[in-house]
Design a protein around this ligand. Structure first.
Ligand code: GDP
Ligand code: IMO
Ligand code: MG
Length: 424
């Protein structure tokens, strides 16, 4: 069974936790887009692990973890993540594979990302990790791929070409001194040596796995509304975060995909700028942020919080082909007097039942809510779906009806045990 797991909102839905759980049944876990803008949290025995590049299935012994061609790799981050794993006794010996075709994040990508954000005219609130500029170079056909990095002659040429053009731009547009060839060449040549034995043709590796009837789990990063095409452009990331990205970002053909699972928080959060129709007023936002510990796993920035937006998530179900949903962080809504679900928007007297792609409409859209009674504080954590409070079940049942996909998993805490499975 080959399964894609995607975020249905603006990222940070809890994908890492579900990937970790589903990894038990998978043979291969594959990242297919994004880079170290992602922060995927896995909690095991009260210990928290945050993965930025390495797939979140790595804690399971013997599983092969792949970084596909659609990912942009900052080698310094990859090195430190591998080191961190090794320091807690998780050995990667031969089970971390990197696509030769993945693009490499260079120091000038990171700085350009940060300078563009500082300039402020079109601030997106990026993670500042160089993601956008790296993907821009990929599309502009001047990027440096892993296969280029491990070939000293090609790397030297490409780096020199890039610096020639980019240093001019840095100086003239950003009044930044630019970059020196030798320091970057030396640093990146070291990475090339470090990773060369992990580099392979991921598309062929996965093709073999499929022929051997192995199970592949594709780990989406970010979320549907950060997708470069379908998200709230320009307040998006620079990759295809929807399920289609899994094929483009690995070389596995669409016919080999069996299932798409969507992950949604029981409410909504967003980091960075951009429209957010169901955003709470500041006071409630702060209460929920503290209750849900809504601070970015990558940058530590406070996440904006709001009610569940079913218009958005229903759109995500359609765009990704989601048949099963995992609803996360139900425990954070414990004790809330009444809960609201956004079922439509109004704009200039018109009702919008579908997600509007006109940024102007979305910016001023007012949510239409269905209000439902909340549920009390949980004394003992439910260990089975039947133990969940009746009003919590009613909330989930209403979500399921609106969204048009089956809720198969409900999460009531960050650890593996706090997971309720609902059989079909
Ligand atoms: P991802 O990027 O989608 O993997 O999500 P993040 O790791 O950025 O953010 C999700 C956060 O919620 C992490 O701190 C998780 O440990 C935590 N989390 C996941 N599921 C639950 C849950 O059901 N309840 C609570 N309270 N926390 C959860
Ligand atoms: P995971 O995988 C939440 C957001 C940034 C910013 C926008 C563009 O952990 O869910 P970028 O650095 O990608 O150019 O920033 O996208 N963003 C995320 N928000 N979760 C993420 O990843 C994100 N990755 C990027 O905050 O608004
Ligand atoms: Mg995250």
């Amino acid at each position: 069974m080959n399964t894609i797991l995607v975020g249905t909102q603006w990222g940070d839905e809890g994908k890492g936790k579900i990937i970790d759980i589903l990894s038990q049944q998978a043979d291969y876990i594959v990242r297919y887009q994004g880079g170290n803008n992602a922060g995927h949290t896995v909690v095991v025995a009260d210990k928290e692990y945050i993965f930025h590049l390495v797939p979140s299935g790595i804690l399971h012994k013997g599983k092969i973890c792949c970084i596909g061609n659609g990912v942009v790799i900052d080698p310094a981050v990859l090195e430190s993540e591998i080191r961190a794993m090794s320091s807690v006794g998780v050995e990667l010996d031969g089970r971390l594979m990197i696509s030769a075709l993945a693009h490499v994040i260079m120091p000038y990508h990171r700085i350009l990302d940060q300078l563009r954000e500082k300039k402020g005219t079109h601030k997106i609130g990026t993670t500042g990790r160089g993601i956008g500029p790296c993907y821009a170079d990929k599309i502009n056909r001047c990027g440096i791929r892993i296969v280029d990095l491990i070939n000293p002659r090609v790397f030297r040429e490409k780096l020199a070409d890039n610096l020639k053009e980019k240093n001019e731009i840095f100086k003239k547009v950003y009044h930044y001194p630019g970059f020196e060839f030798s320091a970057i060449y030396k640093e990146y040549t070291r990475y090339a040596k470090l990773f060369s034995s992990n580099v392979c043709n991921i598309a062929l590796l996965l093709d073999r796995a499929i022929k051997e009837k192995k199970d592949i789990l594709f780990e989406g990063a970010q979320g549907t509304f950060l997708d470069i095409d379908f998200g709230t452009y320009p307040y998006v990331t620079s990759s295809s975060a929807t399920s289609g990205g899994a094929c483009i970002g690995t070389g596995v053909p669409p016919v080999s995909i069996d299932k798409v699972i969507g992950v949604a928080k029981a409410y909504t959060t967003r980091v960075g700028e951009g429209p957010f129709p169901t955003e709470f007023a500041p006071k409630l936002s702060e209460i929920m942020r503290q209750k849900g510990q809504e601070f970015g796993a990558t940058t530590g920035r406070p996440r904006r919080c709001g009610w569940f937006d079913a218009v958005m998530v229903r759109d995500a179900v359609i765009l990704n082909g989601i048949t099963e949903l995992a609803v996360m962080k139900m425990d954070v809504l414990d004790g809330v007097k009444s809960v609201k679900i956004c079922v439509a928007y109004t704009y200039k007297g018109k009702i919008f039942k579908e997600f509007p792609y006109d940024a102007e409409v979305l910016r001023s859209a007012r949510p239409v809510y269905q209000e439902m009674p909340g549920w009390g504080k949980t004394v003992n954590k439910p260990r089975d779906y039947v133990e969940l409070q009746p009003n919590a079940k009613a909330y989930l049942s209403r979500l399921q009806d609106i969204l048009g996909a089956r809720i198969a998993i409900v999460s009531v805490g960050s650890s593996r045990d706090d997971t309720l499975f609902i059989s079909a």
